[in-house]
Design a protein around this ligand. Structure first.
Ligand code: C5P
Length: 237
């Protein structure tokens, strides 16, 4: 085992360039203050993430995803994760709502990219390009490339969601460097890490249900998988 997280475990494989990601049924939020075990959660997030990462790969965006190898395991390229969490926001929610004391839910006139230093002890502070360069994490050129990838991924997944009767409210992405230094999308894309709403009713179908003690967390994740599976991704559940 290379990494033993609550929601994911990462194992080495016989191939030094590949790792196995295992998705657990544990759900956490508020820096682990709230946690629970929800049966089937890991299967759903793994399968949704596989579907979305494959969709991006097929559209020419480099990701770490290689193959789904079980109900809750996937083979991925080995990367060193950059300690930055990127969020593309299409509507005001969560941290953006709190930071500006804005009414939640408004559609933004442009997609906003927020960046956070992935450091729980510091409370994952919001950072800008200059901070990231000063910390020696990325160059301006790399930041520009990554911002372009985020906007493209956001457009692609927003379109897919729309065809599936869903709306992508925000998209959280992490990136890693491969052995040759190439920066590719890593981690997962699922209702654990992004906000998905029902396009017609605005019903939340993501981790906000768990954060706010709403019912039907797993049924909502299952609905996201069912909608995306039917919507021309070429994959079925
Ligand atoms: O809380 P915030 O509005 O910044 O969250 C933006 C998106 O990133 C949400 O979809 C949320 O689920 C995700 N997120 C995450 N892990 C965190 C913080 C946020 O996956 N530690």
């Amino acid at each position: 085992m290379l990494f033993n997280g609550n929601e994911k475990k990462i194992y080495s494989t016989d191939n030094p360039d590949e790792v196995l990601l295992h998705f657990t049924d544990v759900m956490t939020c508020y820096h682990n203050v709230k946690r629970a075990k929800l049966v089937n959660k890991g299967k759903l997030t793994s399968q949704i993430s596989a579907l979305l990462l494959k969709y991006l790969s097929d559209a020419g965006i480099n990701t770490h995803f290689i193959a789904q190898v079980g109900e809750r395991d996937q083979l991925c390229r080995r990367v060193t994760n950059l300690p930055i969490v990127f969020v593309a926001r299409n509507r005001v929610a969560g941290d953006m709502e709190r930071r500006f004391r804005w009414e939640g839910g408004e559609r933004l006139p442009i997609t906003v990219i927020d960046m956070y230093l992935n450091d729980g002890k510091l409370g994952d502070p919001l950072v800008n390009d200059y901070h990231i360069m000063a910390l020696g994490i990325m160059t301006q050129e790399e930041l520009n490339e990554v911002h372009a990838i985020i906007l493209k991924a956001n457009d692609l997944i927003s379109g897919l969601c729309s065809d599936a009767g869903l709306e992508l409210v925000d998209l959280q992405l992490e990136f890693g460097r491969t052995a040759d230094g190439t920066i590719i999308i890593s981690d997962e894309i699922s209702p654990d890490t992004c906000r998905f709403w029902d396009k017609d009713t605005g019903t939340r179908l993501d981790k906000d249900r768990f954060r706010h003690d709403m019912s039907d967390v797993i049924a909502s994740y299952a609905k996201v998988l069912e909608c995306l599976s039917k919507s021309g991704t070429g994959m079925s559940n």
